[in-house]
Ligand binder design. Sequence first.
Ligand SMILES: Cc1cc2nc3c(=O)[nH]c(=O)nc-3n(C[C@H](O)[C@H](O)[C@H](O)COP(=O)(O)O)c2cc1C
Length: 215
Amino acid sequence: MNQQHAAATAAETMRARHSVRKYVPGVRIPEADMNEILRLAGTAPSSWNLQHWRFLVIEEEENKRALLPIANNQQQIVDCSAVVAILGDTQANRVAADIYGAQLAAGSITQQVHDTLVGNINRAYASSPQVGVEEAIRNGSLAAMQLMLAATAAGYASCPIGGFRRDELIKTFRIPERYVPVMLVTIGQAAAPAHPTGRFTLEQTVIRERFPEQS
Ligand SMILES: Cc1cc2nc3c(=O)[nH]c(=O)nc-3n(C[C@H](O)[C@H](O)[C@H](O)COP(=O)(O)O)c2cc1C
């Protein structure tokens, strides 16, 4: 990992991240770098620490070419070093017993706390089929954001991609029914800077305390 990038503050990393769509083709990200980026993405917070994200890493030329038409022929798919499909676990309640079982075994929670937490999680997921999907997308999105920031901090460019056909991605890459595609993220070496983009001002985005009364 490049020391210059490692020293970047969170604010610098956030400001440095832009959606790059032109990559130098044929660049392979060293496995150690990719693993560190994925590890950092997985430090994201998640509801009940259920860690809803799964990362489908697509680096082989043949597989990127298969993904190209699924992602509306966006050239960045084949030029980037890796496409990470962030998937969300719609049945994340199924891992609750493992996560809290480990804490129970380590003595960090009591049997009662374990049973209450696992019971609450299972009840929440059973309350509506929407819960699992919403939780998968909400928590998976946090990991996607962290993935992009980790890539930036490591000196790589990235771009989030929502423009792809879910059904075809699922079929082509044999994604089990349990997982919902959240978004794709391309990562690689920038060949050209991102298009400049603006942002709303705080006046446009911040509401303090309550919305004003409607007249
Ligand atoms: C959920 C989501 C889906 C997006 N889908 C695409 C996409 O399919 N293709 C693309 O080139 N950019 C895509 N973008 C990138 C946005 O266009 C970009 O983030 C936005 O214009 C702001 O630019 P910046 O990221 O460089 O600050 C997507 C971004 C998000 C968050």
